[in-house]
Design a protein around this ligand. Structure first.
Ligand SMILES: C=C(O[C@@H]1C=C(C(=O)O)C=C[C@H]1O)C(=O)O
Length: 360
């Protein structure tokens, strides 16, 4: 721990109590963004904690937690067409919200187009992680299209029109939220080296067949990021505003951001109605995407094991399955891993559980 405190990673994330002040734990740590998992949606807004977004994911005030993204570099903030953002010269955290509507595709397209414009204009070209918190995810919109599919249509259209190559899509989560409307946030890097990974056990989500909706989901199974502290010389004075950042700081650290993963093999959901089997298949899928063989196939120096996941979020559709899921996760992950459990819906109505995480 001392080691970490003396040399904090450039970008880091931790789970905190919702009520806890996100004051820096030690000098030189700044907050880029806070994703507050609470009972009601709020924001995004700009505060002294960077961008704050409250996503409605917890049934009661006491059940929630805050995911806090910190950086060792000073932070600047701004807003572009409804997308609130904070950046540190190397990482960009941004968030937006599409309010309750009769259908979501057009507004989602507008919001993602604004997000992609922003990453381009600020020069944070490498999206490496996206989250989408979707109210009434398995219900139909006013045109009888499932809201998840409605959302996927708008998001895919934004990527297509922005000529974003499918093979550069990043890790993502598209998960149910309480209430209505869609909240989203994303992280993008300036000079960090980002490698999207696919899973040999699964068809790329962006190639799912048409039966799952008019446009396939736009995401990769994981993104490996070699984070750099000070960039590689592409940062300008304007967006490297740091008097207190070390002048020649070329530290790097690697992270593997794993997408929300469920009991899907090929493109099909498997083990409908069976929670334990779904958890095991989900864990096998994660092990497959992060493991040595798949890492090597993507040109990475080494892979990871389930015990290398140090933060994970586990989404469970039915509250009565929580105990079983907790038990299976405790068996699979390292004892010191921080794992948050949320009782929300999943993108396909036959999926009971979904797990995402970060490995180091
Ligand atoms: C579970 C899956 O997809 C979910 C939906 C995602 C999205 O639409 O962004 C990303 C990951 C998962 O949260 C899957 O297709 O395997």
């Amino acid at each position: 721990m001392t080691d970490v405190a003396l040399s904090p990673d450039t970008l880091d994330v931790e789970f905190r109590e919702r009520t806890e002040e996100a004051a820096p734990d030690f000098p030189g740590v700044h907050t880029l963004g806070v994703v507050d998992h609470g009972p009601r949606p709020a924001g995004p807004s700009l505060t002294r904690r960077g961008v704050e977004l409250t996503v409605p994911m917890a049934a009661a005030e006491a059940d929630g937690f805050a995911e806090v993204w910190t950086t060792t570099r000073p932070v600047r903030t701004g807003c572009h067409r409804g997308i609130h953002y904070a950046y540190d010269g190397e990482h960009l955290f941004c968030a937006g919200r599409v309010p309750a509507a009769r259908s979501y595709a057009r507004r989602t397209e507008e919001a993602y187009t604004a997000l992609l414009e922003l990453t381009g204009e600020l020069g944070y070209h490498s999206l490496f992680r996206m989250w989408n918190f979707i109210g009434r995810i398995n219900e139909d919109n006013a045109d009888r299209l499932e809201i998840y599919r409605d959302f996927c249509l708008g998001r895919a259209t934004a990527f297509e029109k922005s000529r974003y190559p499918l093979r550069r899509l990043s890790a993502a989560t598209g998960i149910g939220a309480l209430g209505e409307g869609i909240s989203f946030c994303a992280l993008s890097a300036k000079s960090g080296i980002c490698t999207p990974l696919e899973n040999p056990r699964q068809i790329a989500a962006y190639h799912y067949p048409r039966r799952y909706g008019p446009k396939s989901p736009s995401f990769a199974r994981a993104t490996h990021v070699r984070h750099t502290a000070a960039g590689t010389g592409t940062g300008t004075a304007e967006d490297a505003p740091s008097q207190d950042a070390p002048a020649h700081d070329h530290r790097t650290h690697d992270r593997l951001y794993v997408s929300g993963t469920a009991s899907i093999v090929g493109h099909a959901s498997v083990h409908a109605g069976r929670i334990e089997e779904q958890v095991r298949t989900t864990l096998d899928n994660i092990a497959g995407v992060i493991g040595d063989a798949n890492a090597a196939a993507h040109g990475l120096a080494h892979g990871y094991r389930l015990t290398d996941l140090y933060r994970a979020k586990v989404y469970v559709r039915h509250a009565e399955h929580l105990d079983a899921v907790r038990r299976l996760c405790a068996e699979a992950f390292a004892p010191e891993a921080e794992i948050a459990f949320l009782n929300v819906d999943i993108c396909r109505s036959d999926l009971l559980v979904e797990i995402e995480g970060i490995a180091r």
